[in-house]
Design a protein around this ligand. Structure first.
Ligand SMILES: Cc1cc2nc3c(=O)[nH]c(=O)nc-3n(C[C@H](O)[C@H](O)[C@H](O)COP(=O)(O)OP(=O)(O)OC[C@H]3O[C@@H](n4cnc5c(N)ncnc54)[C@H](O)[C@@H]3O)c2cc1C
Length: 468
């Protein structure tokens, strides 16, 4: 079978590249080995976890807000089977949506595992060879397992294994306090599990703004999640009813299930990159330039297999860029603002520089303003006043450098910061603009006003103390 563009992998990077190339008139073949399209994100990543996040959020509302807001219902109770049915229905709708988009755009889905035979051919298990003019590699990533004795127990699961559970574990240990570990810890605490996080580094979500990580630790501790930082897991033992997890200086946690969430590696082996002449590194993935070209100029690489971010939304954009270049256009990734959403309770979202990064780059020429949700009317009426919005700008020209938020719906709100940063806005653009009232989005403007020293909705004393 011959085509203009062959795409290996049907996740966010691959399916976007396939659809964009088809829009530009290419005959496109996408090779995907799983029975559904959508990749990690739609099948076992972003979508099913956030379906559970919605269940956890509904429980929280019922437990903490309904009565306060004047809504009488019986005691809130998790129906895990129904939550799983809901999760499966959402996944089915989203993966089916990609299949429909393929049909509508004339993208051919070849089902099976593909492997480059050479720089012009992909062999597909159980199907014809695909001969291409250009190819996009989008094979994604796989969960890493640290070399801890006993970690190969069936009770030590990765995120896919945890998503497949039909019972809520009474006691869950989460190994790894990164984004995926913290999201699951947050969900299962709300589902009623006793949750213990064991993290090797001295902070949760180590790549995020330090104040956001501290706020998360504070709120997790309040919610009864046991967090052990600077603690390495040394041994996992099976007991009659579960696991005994050893970590730190002789500490032990008993659990029914352990989530291993210690990072993901690029999927670059066993797909024939050597035969195609594409250079790669087992740890960092396939090397690609800002046009997503690999060392073989007509072969592109996008998403987790070639990525730094390991995010679905960066994979989407890389897929578009690769497809456009494969079709003779000249598209570059450039240096876009990349939102960093974290779907814990409380939610966290950042974009641009963290405060530490800004201070490292701009020294004393950095101004920061923090606006707490407790001073925002919409947050108060939603009974969601935990957290704050932090605005970071450089003080010589006023350019906005970053926005970090902890609190209600911030993963949706962060887009305002993405647009502002991509437009190279000043803090005044944000602070002197008009935000709809009463909305959560007002807090972004207000944080800018705090940074400029002219907050209206905070008393003078609180302006300095906000976020402390
Ligand atoms: C639990 C979890 C939660 C997440 N939550 C978020 C989130 O909220 N937001 C976010 O932005 N990101 C999230 N991510 C990350 C996100 O899922 C990935 O960044 C994204 O899926 C990467 O897209 P991709 O196209 O590069 O790879 P994938 O989505 O992994 O897709 C790769 C596809 O290639 C296929 N494939 C691989 N090898 C072959 C082969 N030889 N032949 C044929 N097909 C092959 C695979 O089956 C797969 O379908 C989450 C990840 C996990 C694990």
């Amino acid at each position: 079978m011959e085509c203009d563009v062959a795409v290996l992998g049907g996740g966010p990077g691959g399916y976007t590249a396939a659809i964009r190339a088809a829009q530009l008139g290419a005959k496109v073949v996408c090779i995907e080995k799983e029975p559904e399209l959508g990749g990690t994100c739609l099948r076992v990543g972003c979508i099913p976890t956030k379906a559970w996040v919605q269940t956890a959020f509904a429980l929280k509302e019922a437990e903490e807000s309904f009565a306060k807001l004047g809504v009488k219902v019986g005691p809130a109770e998790l129906d895990f089977a129904a939550a799983n049915a809901w999760k499966a229905a959402v996944v089915k709708q989203m993966t089916g949506g990609v299949a429909s988009l393929f049909k509508a755009n004339g993208v051919e889905w070849v089902k099976g595992a593909g492997r480059f035979r050479d720089a012009r051919t992909i062999a597909v298990e159980g199907a014809e060879d695909v001969v291409f003019a250009s190819a996009v590699v989008a094979t994604g990533s796989y969960p890493l397992r640290p070399p801890v004795p006993g970690i190969d127990s069936e009770r030590c699961v990765d995120s896919t294994g945890l998503l497949a559970q039909s019972d809520v574990p009474r006691r869950l240990v989460v190994l790894g306090g990164g984004i995926i570990g913290c999201e699951f810890a947050s969900i299962f605490r709300r589902f009623g599990s006793d949750v213990t996080i064991v993290e090797m580094l001295p902070t949760l979500i180590p790549q995020e703004d330090e104040d956001a990580a501290k706020e998360l630790l504070k709120q997790f501790t309040r919610r009864g999640i046991a967090v052990h930082l600077s603690s390495q897991c040394s041994l996992v033992e099976e007991t009659s009813g579960g696991l005994r997890v050893h970590f730190g200086e002789g500490q032990v946690a008993e659990c029914d299930l352990m989530l291993v969430a210690t990072g993901r590696g690029p999927l670059v082996e066993g797909i024939g990159l050597e035969e195609a002449g594409v250079e790669f590194d087992r740890r960092t993935g396939i090397g690609a330039d800002e046009r997503r070209r690999t060392s073989v100029p007509h072969i592109y690489a996008v998403g987790d297999c070639a990525g730094y971010w390991q995010l679905a939304h960066t994979a989407f954009r890389e897929g578009e860029v690769a497809a456009e270049n494969a079709m003779g256009h000249d598209a570059v990734i450039g240096d876009p603002a990349v939102p960093r959403p974290i779907y814990t309770d409380p939610e966290i979202a950042g974009v641009g520089l963290t405060e530490r990064e800004a201070r490292e780059l701009y020294g004393d020429d950095v101004s920061v303003g923090v606006f707490p949700w407790v001073a925002n009317a919409r947050a108060v009426m939603q009974n969601e006043t935990v957290g704050w919005v932090k605005s970071i700008h450089e003080s010589r020209y006023g350019e906005l450098l970053g926005l970090v938020m902890v609190g209600p719906h911030v993963t949706d709100l962060v887009e305002a910061g993405v647009v502002a940063l991509d437009a190279e806005s000043t803090v005044e653009t944000v602070a002197d603009g008009i935000a709809a009232h009463p909305t959560l989005s007002e807090a972004i403007k207000e944080a800018g006003l705090v940074a400029l020293g002219r907050a209206i909705h905070l008393p003078p004393k609180r302006r300095a103390a906000a976020g402390a």
